[in-house]
Design a binder for this molecule. Structure first.
Ligand code: PEP
Length: 265
């Protein structure tokens, strides 16, 4: 099987429930231009809101920027009003889907088990997955960060065969750092990444764990990206707020490109 090159950074832009069709069009066009000189050195995806996916997909075509969705149903089809299936996403050109975002865990009460079902149907349908895990501030204060992440990743990957792991990226997103302007320190992020990598090693094997890209998410911006990317445990970022500004997201992409070229093979 082929594992992706974990040296290459992956940068995701999660637009959440923001923008209009006009703003999304403008942003996507600016990102296509900014990504052109970086496409050879960085992997990147943007995650627009559902109604704009197909339209933005047309703008991204041929750019190397991947089209991502923010959510997917755990079911294949049927009486699930308001839900969108993995097959539908694939059908309109989506390549990757965010699963387990803390906003969905909290606001939609998504359980570890449901998230596991979503990961399973996504990868078996042929989508890549951005699997989000992370602790609350209270859990961190209580010293439970590693245990919480282990519980989340174990449940999410339950039943996922080794052959599908090449399609799964992990985003370590401490909940207290999301949308707060308060990023985890590069050192704290690296510790959590190392612990998650050990969890993957225990669930699968060391070579798969080494090849799995673990991204950091939580208030990443142009000012802190370089120091986060200097940590060898960090292979990219999932970016919320700063992904809505083309110049900021482009700056983070450039930091990732520079960090990639300074890493040993
Ligand atoms: C996110 O939504 O995944 C995220 C990390 O948001 P922000 O960058 O705004 O903290």
């Amino acid at each position: 099987m082929t594992h992706h090159n974990s040296k290459r950074f992956f940068i995701g832009g999660n637009w959440k429930m923001n923008g209009t069709r006009e703003a999304a069009t403008l942003l996507a066009n600016e990102l296509v231009t900014a990504f052109e000189p970086l496409a050879m050195s960085v992997d990147a995806a943007i995650f627009p809101p559902f109604p704009y996916l197909q339209h933005i997909g047309g703008i991204l075509r041929g750019s190397g920027l991947m089209l991502g969705a923010q959510q997917v149903s755990a079911d294949a089809n049927g009486a699930f009003t308001g839900q969108v299936s993995a097959e539908m996403l694939l059908d309109i050109g989506v390549e990757i889907v965010i699963i387990g975002h803390s906003e969905c865990r909290q606001l939609l009460a998504e359980s570890d088990e449901l998230i596991g079902e979503k990961v399973a149907i996504a990868v078996s349908t042929g989508l890549s997955v951005m699997l989000c895990v992370g602790e609350t501030w209270q859990e961190r204060q209580a010293g439970h960060t590693e245990a919480v992440c282990r519980r989340q990743i174990s449940a999410a990957l339950k039943g996922i065969h080794l052959d599908h792991m090449g399609a799964i990226h992990i985003a370590y997103e401490p909940i207290w750092a999301i949308g707060t302007g308060r990023s985890a320190s590069p050192q704290d992020a690296a510790l959590s990444h190392a612990s998650l990598r050990k969890d993957i090693e225990d669930l699968y094997d060391p070579s798969l764990a080494a090849a799995t890209r673990i991204l950091y998410g939580g208030s990443v911006n142009p000012a802190n990206a370089t120091s986060l990317f200097a940590q060898p445990e960090i292979q990219g970022a999932l970016v919320g707020g700063a992904s809505l500004k083309a110049a900021d997201f482009a700056s983070i992409l450039r930091s990732a490109s520079q960090a990639t070229s300074s890493r040993p093979n």
